[in-house]
Design a binder for this molecule. Structure first.
Ligand code: GLY
Ligand code: MN
Ligand code: MN
Length: 431
């Protein structure tokens, strides 16, 4: 892996915290992700299953973790299965983890690390001692379940082979745990954010009239890759002028025009953790009065929203309050009329014409990370805060997005070092 080794205490403690949530006589089985095909014999870059990574730190395909904390024989309490290498694999694909290396990465003793070919034999000695078996499903509210994952296939085969075991959902437990970031996770996220900071400062010296959006993407990638990142945390949005009003614009194919604002929704990945930043900057280095007015309103909404990201607050109430702050700002900008707002249907607030997406989402191993929106905010949660105003008639879209850690007393902005004030942006672009 290109990222630096991670202290395996993180994964040991993650497993311990999961075990504390299980029913008695329970097993957990978590599978790696598949390597996804492209066409012919091509493959996409491997991306580990985030739950498996969270519990083991193993970033390799065809891995399987089995936990069974109440098994009478201690050697079956945690077991890892790995893809066994061969001379052929070493020649064509390169190095795969040895059992000793797997112990280093995971904290699972190498005596309990097996090759996947031994799975049936070892699993057969475990499964009949268990009453409950926790299996993994993708329960993200916007999950695309059209593609069957290795975990999903495993559920089918398990059901067929062991029809009388009680199946349990692992996902709610993983969502509960992963919503609260451990200090080591915050450090990894901060590395992704610091790389994003370096990238943004580099772009401020690069963006000018005539530059193409894809040239900006190339600059971005250069800065990410030289910092041990695998690249962008998500497909970057590099959207100048009217493109900024297309919320998921990823073509990045237009030439930047003098007088336009360019919206950059770009974050680095590091060790599977994801930064998620948005900045909107003037292509020629100076905002017009109108652009600056809209910019300042978006920044004000962001700052107000940050005040509301604190322990005890509820997701839906937070979003409602941010919506009413946005409403006032849109009235100030004369985009909404005060009387119309007073008479609006509260189920379809008028501000949604200009700010049509949510303000925050959980952030971590997934960009739109797992976590329950009905759970009150708690220290250790990380959220984005990303208000925007999109005025299609003016070919102007401005969004600002930072990543915020909830603490005992309020929150810490993990992106506090990344320039955001309009004056600071202009100064950096003109020096
Ligand atoms: N970049 C994805 C998002 O902001 O949610
Ligand atoms: Mn974003
Ligand atoms: Mn976001």
């Amino acid at each position: 892996m290109r990222y630096l080794p991670i202290d395996n205490q993180l994964f040991v403690s993650n497993r311990q915290r999961l075990i504390a949530l299980l029913k008695p006589k329970s097993m957990v089985v978590v599978n790696a992700n598949d390597i996804m095909p492209t066409n012919a014999d091509g493959t996409m870059v491997f991306r580990q299953n985030n739950d498996l990574f969270y519990l083991t730190g193993v970033d390799q395909e065809e891995t399987r973790l089995v936990l069974f904390p109440d098994h009478p024989d201690p050697k079956f309490r945690e077991v890892l299965f790995l893809r066994e290498t061969s001379e052929l694999i070493e020649i064509w694909e390169g190095h795969k983890l040895t059992k000793a290396e797997a112990e280093q990465v995971t904290g699972i003793t190498q005596k309990q690390v097996y090759w996947t070919s031994q799975y049936e034999q070892i699993f057969g000695q475990m499964v009949f001692e268990a009453e409950h078996v926790y299996l993994n499903t993708n329960e993200h509210s916007r999950a695309d379940v059209a593609v069957q994952t290795r975990d999903a296939r495993y559920i089918d085969s398990f059901r067929q082979q062991y029809p009388l075991h009680h199946l349990e959902r692992l996902a709610p437990l993983m969502h509960h745990l992963r919503a609260i970031k451990q200090p080591q996770e915050i450090a990894l996220l901060q590395t992704a954010i610091d790389t994003t900071d370096a990238m943004f400062r580099r772009l401020l010296g690069f963006i000018k009239p005539g530059v193409w959006e894809y040239e900006i993407e190339a600059e971005m990638m250069h800065e990410f890759l030289r910092n041990r990142s695998r690249g962008a945390a998500y497909t970057p949005i590099i959207a100048s002028g009217a493109n900024a009003c297309v919320l998921h614009y990823i073509d990045n194919s237009a030439q930047c025009q003098d007088g336009d604002v360019i919206l950059l929704d770009i974050g680095a990945e590091y060790a599977n953790y994801n930064a998620d930043m948005t900045r909107s900057v003037p292509v020629n280095g100076r905002f017009t009065a109108r652009q600056r007015a809209v910019y300042e309103e978006v920044l004000r909404v962001m700052n107000e929203a940050k005040q509301l990201l604190r322990p005890g607050n509820l997701w839906d109430e937070y979003h409602r309050e941010v919506g009413s702050v946005m409403e006032s700002e849109l009235i100030n900008l004369r985009l909404l009329d005060r009387t119309d707002v007073a008479n609006q249907n509260p189920d379809t607030p008028l501000y949604k014409k200009y700010f049509m997406h949510g303000t925050s989402h959980f952030l971590g191993l997934d960009v739109h990370d797992v976590g329950n929106k009905y759970r009150r905010m708690e220290p250790g949660m990380v959220f984005t805060v990303e208000p925007g105003i999109y005025i299609r008639d003016e070919k102007l879209g401005i969004r600002l997005e930072n990543n915020v850690l909830i603490t005992e007393t309020g929150n810490v902005d993990l992106m506090a070092n990344i320039p955001i004030e309009a004056d600071a942006i202009e100064e950096l672009m003109n020096n």
